[in-house]
Design a protein around this ligand. Sequence first.
Ligand code: PGA
Length: 253
Amino acid sequence: MRKQIAAANWKMNLTYQDGEKLLDEILDAGISLAPHQHAIFAVPFPYLIMTRSEVAEEYNFHAAAQNCHHKTAGAYTGEVSVEMLQSIGVHYCVIGHSERREYNAETNAMLAAKVNLCLEYGITPIFCCGEPLDIREAGTQNDFVATQLKESLFHLTAEQLRTIIIAYEPIWAIGTGKTASTEQAQEIHQYLRSVLAGKFGAEVADEVPILYGGSVKAGNAAELFASPDVDGGLVGGASLVAADFVSIIRALK
Ligand code: PGA
């Protein structure tokens, strides 16, 4: 079965102490994941080592960075390289979250460079795509997300592509409390998979987990994840509340 993933995105929230407490509460819930199920915590950089050691003994629990730089190393004050992440044993990194695309002017080409570096250093990219509200209202969301995939991922080999995770996050649903309907999510996830199949073959496309993000909550996760092409979620707000994120992990297929 394709991997099913509940990924927390803490964004720029929580103190170190609050983060540690939240992780402890989640880990104390006694969740036992099946081999195809994974829980990932995308935490702020200063919390990565703590998170990695908290989850170290837990089966299929992982730490993730929320970003990395698109250059290997050098005079980039304040930035964090993929090699640095690798050197502390982090194996996942969120790439191209819409907030970074918007506030940090990240382009599809820059994201392609980040994906390449991640793969070179053995880090799994959680590649984000998704359309803003005006594109959804114009009905051109499929073309919009297909372009994001094409410009950042289509240079990869099929072998590389099969190792990545995709997160579809409609910008109009992020942090707004407005969730895509199950039908909307399934429809576009199926479309994204067909775009991947067209380039890399159906067998490879079938292996790539496509997570839904945008106001996933304890109360709607099971319904969203039940769709055949929705392989879990990338969760912001609800990942900051232990009981909610525990329910979301338990809602995985
Ligand atoms: P949200 O954020 O769950 O708070 O909508 C999702 C995300 O941005 O990853």
